[in-house]
Design a protein around this ligand. Structure first.
Ligand code: NAP
Length: 275
C-alpha cells in the first residue's frame, strides 16, 4: 500500500509526520507522493481540504484519513496520541489487502464565461459573493426561474460541507450517504421589492441549479478554502458530481452522527442529566 502525508506546517504536525514515517517502516507501506492509495492529513479539516485539492484528479485511486492536531477535526478524526494505533491498523490493512472506505458526494460546478466552460469540484462548498456591491443574481432550478437573489451571497454545499460554512448560515446537517447539495442564502435582502425563499433548500442528484449573476459584477468565488475574484462569469451550474466521490479510509467505526456530537456538543454535554 502506497501512502503520503500532507501536514499543516506547524511543529506538532511536522513531528507527527516524522513519527508516522518511522512507525510504518515495519509494515508493508511505501511512501509515494505522486500516486498514493492513502493520503494522511495531519492538521485540521482545513489541511484535509488542501490534501483533497492536491489529489482531486486521482480520487478514484486515493483515499484520505486525518489526524487532528489541536483544532476541530471533523474530517480529521484521529487524535495525535493515536498515531501508533493508526499506523498499526494501516499496516494490518496493507498486509490483508483490505482497505475499508466510505464515499462522500462532491459538488461540481460548471462556470460559463465568454471563453468557454470551466468545471470545478468542491469537498465542502462553493460560495459566490459580491465584492464591491451586494450580489444580484437570478437563481434557476432545473431550468425554471426560482428567484432573484440580492444580498451578500449564496453557498452551495455538499453533505460533508453541511457542518462547515453551511451550518453557520442556518442550513441543515445532511448525512453524507445522501447524494444531495444544499443551497443556503448569505444575508439575503428581503422586503417588498426583493424576495427570496429565505430558507436553505436541498437538491437531489438528478437536479441542478443555475446562477446568473448580473452582468460584469465583481464576484468573489470560493471553492472550499480557495478564493478567486472574477468578473467574467455568465452563469454557474451546480449539481452533485456524477461518478466522482471522495473516499475516506476507515480503520475503525466512527459514525457521522457521533462525529457531529463530538464536534458540536461534546460527549459529556450529550450525556448530562438535566433536572
Ligand atoms: P478557516 O476559516 O481557517 O476555518 C474554518 C473552520 O471550519 C475551521 O474550524 C475548520 O476546522 C472548520 N471546518 C472545515 N471544514 C469543515 C467541515 N466539513 N465540517 C466542520 N467544520 C469544518 O478556513 P479553512 O481551514 O481554510 O477551511 C475552509 C472552510 O472554512 C470552508 O470550506 C468553509 O466551510 C469554512 N468557512 C466557514 C465560515 C463560517 O462558518 N462563517 C466562513 C468562511 C469559511 P479545523 O479547525 O479543523 O481546520
Amino acid at each position: 500500500m502506497k501512502y503520503n502525508v500532507v501536514h499543516r506546517g506547524d511543529d506538532i504536525s511536522f513531528r507527527l509526520m516524522q513519527t508516522f514515517h518511522k512507525l510504518v517502516q515495519k509494515f508493508e507501506l511505501v511512501h509515494d507522493e505522486q500516486d498514493p492509495d492513502i493520503v494522511l492529513s495531519i492538521g485540521g479539516d482545513g489541511t484535509l481540504l488542501h490534501a483533497f485539492h492536491q489529489y482531486k484528479d486521482q480520487l478514484e485511486t486515493t483515499a484520505f484519513v486525518g489526524i487532528h492536531t489541536g483544532r476541530l477535526g471533523f474530517f480529521a478524526d484521529w487524535k495525535p496520541d493515536e498515531v501508533e494505533l493508526l499506523a498499526e491498523l494501516m499496516g494490518e490493512s496493507a498486509r490483508q489487502n483490505d482497505l475499508r472506505i466510505v464515499k462522500y458526494p462532491l459538488v461540481e460546478i460548471q462556470i460559463t464565461t465568454p471563453h468557454g466552460i470551466e468545471t470545478q469540484l468542491a469537498l465542502n462548498e462553493f460560495t459566490l459573493k459580491g465584492i464591491d456591491a451586494t450580489l444580484t443574481a437570478q437563481l434557476h432550478i432545473n431550468d425554471e426561474p426560482l428567484e432573484t437573489f440580492r444580498g451578500d451571497g449564496i453557498c452551495i454545499s455538499t453533505p460533508a460541507g453541511s457542518t462547515a460554512y453551511n451550518k453557520s448560515l442556518g442550513g441543515a446537517i445532511v448525512h453524507p450517504s445522501l447524494d444531495a447539495i444544499q443551497i443556503a442564502e448569505i444575508a439575503s435582502i428581503n422586503n417588498r421589492v426583493y424576495r427570496t425563499l429565505g430558507s436553505a433548500i436541498i437538491l437531489p442528484k438528478h437536479h441542478h441549479c443555475d446562477i446568473y449573476p448580473r452582468a460584469s459584477q465583481n464576484i468573489l468565488l470560493s471553492l472550499d478554502h480557495v478564493y478567486n475574484q472574477r468578473n467574467d462569469i455568465l452563469s454557474i451550474r451546480s449539481m452533485v458530481a456524477a461518478g466522482k466521490k471522495v473516499k475516506f479510509a476507515r480503520f475503525r467505526p466512527f459514525p457521522f452522527w457521533s462525529r457531529v456530537r463530538e464536534a458540536f456538543i461534546g460527549y459529556e454535554a450529550a450525556h448530562e442529566q438535566k433536572p
